[in-house]
Design a protein around this ligand. Structure first.
Ligand code: KIV
Ligand code: NA
Length: 264
C-alpha cells in the first residue's frame, strides 16, 4: 500500500501475518524504519527516557512530545504514525483526551494515538474513535502507572488474567484498532490474541501476539545499562558511535583530519 492504514493491520491478523512496530522520535530513524518496511511507528512517551534523559515516562509533556511526533510524521512515507498521549493528558475526561489527541493530529500530523489503561479508559477510547481518531490501547504493565503498580512487574499472572482479558475485550468493543500487551505471561497474551478481532502487539508478551514492538534504542543497542529480558539487541550502535567519535577526536588531535581533500 501507499500508506499503511488500520484496515491493513486487520488484514494482517486475518491472514496470520506477523509484523513489527518500532518507536521513532526523529527524522532519520523514521525514514530508515519506514524504508525498512516497518508498517507502524510509535512516537512513544518513552521519549522521556530515550530522548529527554528523564528517569521516568511520567515526566514527558504534550509540548515536548508533539515536535518529535511532527518530525516522525514528516519523514514517514508509508508507515502509520502513532503518538502516545502522555501521562495526565487524557485521564481526566473523554473531552481532555479528545483535545490532546486533536493537538497531535493537527500540530504533529500523526494518524493515530495510543493511551494506557483497561476498562477505565473505555469512555476515552469511545470518544476518540467516534471522532474519527484511531486509538491504540495498551494494557498489562503500563509505565504511566509505574508508581501505583509498584515498579516494572509482569501483569496478568494467575487470578489477574481474567481481569486483563476483560479489559482487552472491552477496549476492542470500544473501538480500539489495536492493543499493546506489555509484560504479560505468554499464555495470557495468546488467549487475548485469540479472543479479540483487533491486532495485539506484544512487548515482553511472548511469541503468540499478532505483532511485536521494541524501543529502537534497545533493539539497536544504543542505550546503556542493563536491558530488560524481553529485548533482543540486533546491532551495537553504541559501540559503532563510540568508535566513530574516538577515531574522529584522535585524528583531529594527530592532524590526520582534515586532510587536503577536506580543505578548500
Ligand atoms: O512508549 C513506548 O515506547 C511504548 C511502547 C514500548 C509500547 O509505549
Ligand atoms: Na508508551
Amino acid at each position: 500500500p501507499r500508506r499503511y492504514r488500520v484496515h491493513h493491520l486487520r488484514d494482517f491478523k486475518n491472514r496470520g501475518e506477523k509484523w513489527a512496530m518500532l518507536t521513532a522520535y526523529d527524522q532519520y530513524t523514521a525514514e530508515i524504519f519506514d524504508q525498512a518496511g516497518i508498517p507502524v511507528l510509535l512516537v512513544g512517551d518513552s521519549a522521556a527516557n530515550n530522548v529527554y534523559g528523564y528517569d521516568t515516562t511520567l515526566r514527558v509533556t504534550v509540548d515536548e512530545l508533539i515536535p518529535l511526533a511532527r518530525a516522525v510524521a514528516n519523514a514517514a512515507q508509508r508507515a502509520l504514525v502513532v503518538a502516545d498521549l502522555p501521562f495526565g493528558s487524557y485521564q481526566a475526561s473523554p473531552e481532555q483526551a479528545f483535545h490532546t489527541a486533536v493537538r497531535f493530529m493537527k500540530e504533529a500530523g500523526v494518524q493515530a494515538v495510543k493511551l494506557e489503561g483497561g476498562r477505565t479508559v473505555v469512555p476515552m477510547v469511545e470518544k476518540l474513535t467516534q471522532s474519527g481518531i484511531p486509538v491504540m490501547a495498551h494494557i498489562g504493565f503500563t509505565p504511566q502507572s509505574e508508581h501505583s503498580i509498584g515498579g516494572y512487574r509482569v501483569q496478568g499472572r494467575g487470578e489477574q488474567a481474567a481481569g486483563l482479558i476483560d479489559d482487552a475485550v472491552a477496549l476492542a468493543a470500544a473501538g480500539a484498532f489495536s492493543l499493546v500487551l506489555e509484560m504479560v505471561p505468554g499464555d495470557v497474551a495468546a488467549e487475548i490474541t485469540k479472543r479479540i478481532p483487533i491486532p495485539t502487539i506484544g512487548i515482553g508478551a511472548g511469541r503468540d501476539t499478532d505483532a511485536q514492538v521494541l524501543v529502537w534504542q534497545d533493539m539497536a543497542g544504543l542505550r546503556s545499562g542493563t536491558m530488560p529480558r524481553f529485548v533482543k539487541q540486533y546491532a551495537d550502535l553504541r559501540g559503532i558511535l563510540t568508535s566513530a567519535a574516538t577515531s574522529y577526536a584522535a585524528e583531529v588531535a594527530n592532524g590526520a583530519f582534515p586532510a587536503d581533500e577536506h580543505t578548500f
